[in-house]
Design a protein around this ligand. Sequence first.
Ligand code: SF4
Length: 420
Amino acid sequence: MSLDKTPRSNRYHIAILGRMNSGKSSLINALAQQDVAVVSSIAGTTTDAVHKAMEIHGTGPVVFIDTPGVDDASLLSEARITRTKKAIDSADLAIVVIDAPKGEGEPEQKLYAHLEEKQVPYIVAVNKIDIGDHEQDSSESSSPSPGPGHRPSSSRGTSPPYVHVSAKTQAGRDKLLKAISEQAAKAKEQREPPIVGDLINPGEIVLLVIPLDEQAPKGRLILPQVQTIRDILDHNGVAVAVKVEELGQLFAEPHFSPQLVVTDSQVFQEVDKVVPPSVPLTSFSILFARHKGNLKLLAQGAQALDLLQPGDMVLIAEACTHHPIADDIGTVQIPRLIDAKVGGALVYEWQKGGDYPEDLTRYKLIIHCGGCMLNRRAMCSRLEAAAHAGVPITNYGMTIAACHGILPRALGPFRKTSLI
Ligand code: SF4
């Protein structure tokens, strides 16, 4: 797989922010020195941001999120502000682009405050230094900031790096790339937990139960399955994949003893019956709850299933849009399981794709998919929004396991980690 095929969710996300005409798009093109791949929608036509994928030497695969001007006062400004906030919610790093001749002002101060609140590290790129008095100024981060604003000081007591650049002449480009690489290196130190690698020792077998029913895509595996296999191999484990129909036959072999069984959530109940109690069992969705988000928070959220009453409102959120099929997990299976557990019908609302409701307080519970299309920052922003609204949140795998009474078993493999 070439680097430009790295899934977007695995790329370092860099949001490019600033006022209209500060040169945000030109800066992305200058950094790429080529027409970078547009991997989502066209600017201004939808409420999604424009994502541009590229490879930065020393940083690796990144995706730039091009955003509208923060001072946009047009009719579409509301949707564009939402788009910018969403970009910040998924950003591992932000670059605030300043138009050097105009300098910093209130829009930038508001951006800095918002980035501080969201704890997103940022670099200030003072652009257009080729114009007027700034012509010779391609200096590094120690130069004073331009215009009426003042250099922000973060709540962590440090000032963000200032880099003077010209998207037009490419002056300062290398310094900006270096600043990005330094921030990415810091982020690597706080990388997300592995998917499964810390639960096994080298040489141990992980058995993956993968149904090939009508929900499975033709001729390929889905992203969480592929990423789990890769993580097992990265940690020198042995990945064995099986359909649920062959599971009994496998465990009938006298010497077959995997260290861990990971199943698709939809066949949790069948798999639980076949896998001996001595063998740890969990699901892809629960592995990703930890890898992408916060296992403890999602496990606590599952307890709210016991408190639901008929008529309560539940949000079911999926991070991508796919055409629902007959027995779709989000629209059919989960509501059916919960209604049966509660003993009456609840009211469900669904949210699919990149959007997420602003007001979560209407819900008694939020049930999220595994979020394989989201990066960790975006998933954590959704969890934080639920926590902020005081609404419990859990995920598909935990919901299905809880409804079948097997959640304690499904969380068992994590009890030796400090995450639960
Ligand atoms: S619904 Fe969620 S877990 Fe399933 S493929 Fe889409 S993003 Fe991934």
